[in-house]
Write a protein that binds this ligand. Structure first.
Ligand code: SAM
Ligand code: SF4
Length: 330
């Protein structure tokens, strides 16, 4: 074991989001442009061995939670091989995946077999036309089939369903999504829209705050707060009649930066200490240039010393991140 990873504001880093690709088979309006956005050249993308080495090193420094993301992680060929490698890494206690769900019908079983134990599926609408409007793909049925497939594996729990909450769009979806949380073993979570869209169309008044959605739900179904871990991004509630759980991730209206324990690794091997970082720390070059484990660990420690105190979305003069969500790994 190595010393724990502590940032310059005394926060211990316990969680890493690893982007395995910047490619995606959807084009969600809040994330990607309708077309364009060049993919990374293949040789720039970290290999499974490179990812596994970095994760092993992070785990030696106390990082115990690993979430695979992208782009769309399930478009990366043989992802189950990486899942198997990471599931066996000493110290990795919580291995999860965030996906748009379109390939889950085929991959849920192999992922569970490889050692995946938790999954987040994005789902913004239960109406075919509105789903196609927001993702720019007519794929609702396949995502629901993917979710149903995931549900067959009791080892894969909780199943979280993530919805990006956008004013003028999501209000109409709230009753159906709340009902989904009541009907199915899914924890439905509403995530406030953040200025990470490639189109740069985000406006503060398009953020539909978690508190507003909670009020909408409580008009019909009373909710009771469930205690969450201090570092948790979500506020959790159960339906008072016991029928399921709902969550709210409120980075804009109720920032949780003071308890942030997360870092991110991009598909091209850059360490990001905040979603909104303007600066990235290249690990790929030293990794490929023969750096020792100790040298890599020192680089990671140095980067984390410089982790941002907080995001500044709500402050005048806020400057957007250097890349958009699908390129960072949300
Ligand atoms: N493609 C996978 C998916 O959609 O789940 C994983 C990558 S995606 C970038 C990760 C998460 O970021 C998804 O839950 C997505 O809804 C969310 N996301 C993307 N753009 C966002 C934005 N501008 N604000 C808030 N959440 C966003
Ligand atoms: Fe793709 Fe996920 Fe971004 Fe949608 S949110 S465009 S599925 S990376």
């Amino acid at each position: 074991m190595r010393d724990p990873l502590v940032d310059g504001w005394a926060r211990e880093i316990k969680s890493v989001r690893v982007s395995v690709t910047d490619k995606c088979n959807f084009r969600c309006k809040y994330c990607m442009p309708a077309e364009g956005l060049e993919w990374l050249p293949r040789e720039e993308v970290l290999s499974f061995e490179e990812i596994a080495r970095l994760v092993r090193l992070l785990a030696e420094m106390g990082v115990d939670e690993v979430r695979l993301t992208g782009g769309e992680p399930l478009v990366r060929r043989d992802l189950t091989t990486l899942v198997g490698m990471l599931a066996k890494t000493p110290g990795v206690e919580d291995l999860s995946l965030t996906t748009n769900g379109i390939l889950l019908d085929r991959l849920a079983g192999p992922l569970v077999e490889a050692g995946l134990r938790r999954i987040n599926v994005s789902l913004d609408s239960l109406s075919h036309t509105r789903f196609a409007e927001i993702t720019r793909r007519d794929a609702l049925d396949r995502v629901l089939t993917g979710l149903a497939e995931a549900e067959k594996y009791p080892e894969l729990r909780p199943i979280k369903v993530n919805c990006v909450a956008i004013r003028g769009f999501t209000e109409e979806e709230v009753p159906a999504l709340a009902e989904l949380a009541r009907r199915k073993p899914y924890v439905v979570r509403f995530i406030e829209f953040m200025p990470l869209d490639a189109d740069e169309a985000w406006r503060q008044d398009e953020v539909l705050a978690g508190g507003e959605i909670r009020a909408l739900i409580e008009e019909r179904w009373p909710l009771v707060e469930v205690p969450a871990k201090a570092s948790s991004t979500a506020k959790r509630y159960r339906f008072a009649d016991g029928a399921g759980e709902i969550g709210f991730v409120n980075p804009v209206s109720e920032p949780f930066c003071s308890t942030c324990d997360r870092i991110r690794l991009t598909a091209d091997g850059r360490l990001r200490t905040c979603l909104f970082s303007r600066r990235e720390w290249d690990l790929k070059e030293p990794l490929r240039g023969g750096a020792s484990d100790d040298e890599l660990a020192d680089l990671v420690r140095w980067a984390i010393q410089h982790k941002e105190l907080k995001h500044r979305i709500n402050e005048p003069g806020f400057v957007r991140a250097s890349r958009s969500m699908s390129q960072i790994g949300g």
